[in-house]
Design a protein around this ligand. Structure first.
Ligand code: NAD
Length: 328
C-alpha cells in the first residue's frame, strides 16, 4: 500500500529539513512549504513550495491533497530573538497557525501534528538553576516568560478544540532545545548550542581563547539531538496520544559547562567571558515520564555524541567563512 502524502510547513528550517529527509526515507510523499529554501543543502521533499503561511489562501495551496500535516513553520530563534520581538512573533505565529489548521480542516487532512515548545511552561517554576523537571500538566496555571510561549499555548489549545469539535486527529509535541548540524549557527537567530559551537570554533581557528557567554552562564537547560527529535515526532504521529507531550533530554547542564564540553570536543582551552545578554529562565528541564509511557521510548543520543557531530559541522562552516573573509 502506498504511504500517505504529507505536508511539512517550515521545511526550509532546521527541524523541518531533517524531518523531510527522514519521512522520504520512510517512503512518504512529501510536500515542503516555507518562505525560504533550506540554507545548507537542498530539500529531499518531492515538492517544495515557497509560500507565506500567514496568508490563508497560501495555506489552502499548501494543504491541498495531503493526508497528514506536520506544522513546524514559525518566526523564531534563540533567546536573543525571542526576547526582543514579542509583537512580531505573536502576530506572525498566530496568523500562521490559525490559518494552517483551518486550511487543513477545509482540505480534509486526517492527522495534524503541532510543534510546541518548553517555552509554554510558567516562569515561576523555572527560577532555580537546579530546577525540578517540568511535567506536561505544569503548563497551567499559565505564565510563559515570552510572547513566543503564549502563542504556543494558544495554538496547542486550538489543536485540542479542532480535535474535539471537528474530529481532526491532532498531536502536540513540546520540544526542549533541539540542536544538530544544518541549523542556524549565526546571524542572531541561533540557539545556545550552535552559538557556543560557533564561538569555540572561532576561538580555535583564530587562536583567541576568549568565548563570550550571556549572563553568568549558570542558567541550565537540557539539549536533545535532532535525530532523536525526528524519531520522537514520528512515533508521536503514529501513537493514539493527543495531549501535549514533552520531547527532549532530561540531563541538565549549565551554559558554562556546555561551553567547557564543546571546548573539550574541539580540543582547546577557553576563557569564558561573561557579558550582558538575555538569559531566559534560570533553569529548565524536561520530565520524560510521560514520554516513556506513551512512546515506549526516549531520546538515545548522548549530549557528548550530539555535540561532537554538531561541532564538527559548525567548525567546517566557520572555517569556510574565515577562509572567504581572508581571501576577500
Ligand atoms: P526554524 O526557524 O529553523 O524553522 C522554522 C521555519 O519556519 C523557517 O524556515 C522559517 O522560514 C519558516 N517560516 C517562518 N515564517 C513563515 C511563514 N510566514 N510562512 C512559511 N514559513 C515560515 O526553527 P526550527 O528549530 O526548525 O523549529 C521548528 C518548530 O519547532 C517551530 O515551530 C519552533 O517554534 C518549534 N520549536 C523548536 C525548538 C528548537 O529547539 N529548535 C524548540 C521548541 C520549539
Amino acid at each position: 500500500m502506498s504511504k500517505a502524502k504529507v505536508l511539512i510547513t517550515g521545511a526550509g528550517g532546521f527541524i523541518g529539513h531533517h524531518l523531510a529527509t527522514s519521512l522520504k526515507q520512510r517512503g512518504y510523499w512529501v510536500r515542503g512549504v516555507d518562505i525560504k529554501q533550506p540554507e545548507f543543502c537542498p530539500s529531499s521533499a518531492d515538492e517544495f513550495l515557497l509560500l507565506d503561511l500567514r496568508d490563508f489562501n497560501n495555506c489552502l495551496k499548501a494543504a491541498a491533497g495531503v493526508d497528514h500535516v506536520y506544522a513546524l513553520a514559525a518566526d523564531m530563534g534563540g533567546m536573543g530573538f525571542i526576547a526582543n520581538n514579542h509583537a512580531r512573533i505573536l502576530y506572525n505565529n498566530s496568523a500562521i497557525n490559525l490559518h494552517t489548521i483551518e486550511a487543513a480542516r477545509q482540505c480534509g487532512v486526517k492527522k495534524y501534528l503541532y510543534t510546541s515548545s518548553a517555552c509554554v511552561y510558567p516562569e515561576f517554576l523555572q527560577t532555580d538553576a537546579d530546577v525540578k523537571p517540568l511535567k506536561e500538566e505544569d503548563a497551567y496555571p499559565a505564565q510563559p516568560q515570552d510572547a513566543y510561549g503564549w502563542e504556543k499555548l494558544i495554538s496547542e489549545r486550538l489543536c485540542t478544540h479542532y480535535r474535539e469539535d471537528f474530529g481532526m486527529q491532532t498531536y502536540i509535541v513540546r520540544f526542549h532545545n533541539i540542536f544538530g548540524p544544518q541549523g542556524t549557527w549565526d546571524g542572531g537567530r541561533e540557539k545556545a548550542p550552535a552559538a557556543v559551537c560557533r564561538k569555540v570554533a572561532t576561538a580555535k581557528l583564530t587562536s583567541n581563547p576568549t568565548v563570550e557567554i550571556w549572563g553568568d552562564g549558570e542558567q541550565t537547560r537540557s539539549f536533545c539531538f535532532i535525530d532523536d527529535c525526528v524519531e520522537g515526532i514520528y512515533r508521536l504521529m503514529n501513537s493514539g496520544y493527543h495531549e501535549p507531550l514533552n520531547l527532549g533530554q532530561d540531563r541538565l547542564i549549565s551554559i558554562n559547562d556546555l561551553a567547557r564540553l564543546v571546548a573539550s570536543i574541539a580540543g582547546i582551552e577557553v576563557e569564558l567571558k561573561h557579558v550582558p545578554g538575555p538569559m531566559g529562565v534560570r533553569g529548565r528541564n524536561s520530565d520524560n515520564n510521560r514520554l516513556r509511557q506513551v512512546l515506549g521510548w526516549e531520546p538515545q543520543i548522548t549530549l557528548e555524541e550530539g555535540l561532537r557531530r554538531t561541532y564538527a559541522w559548525i567548525e567546517s562552516q566557520v572555517r569556510a567563512t574565515l577562509y572567504v573573509s581572508r581571501a576577500g
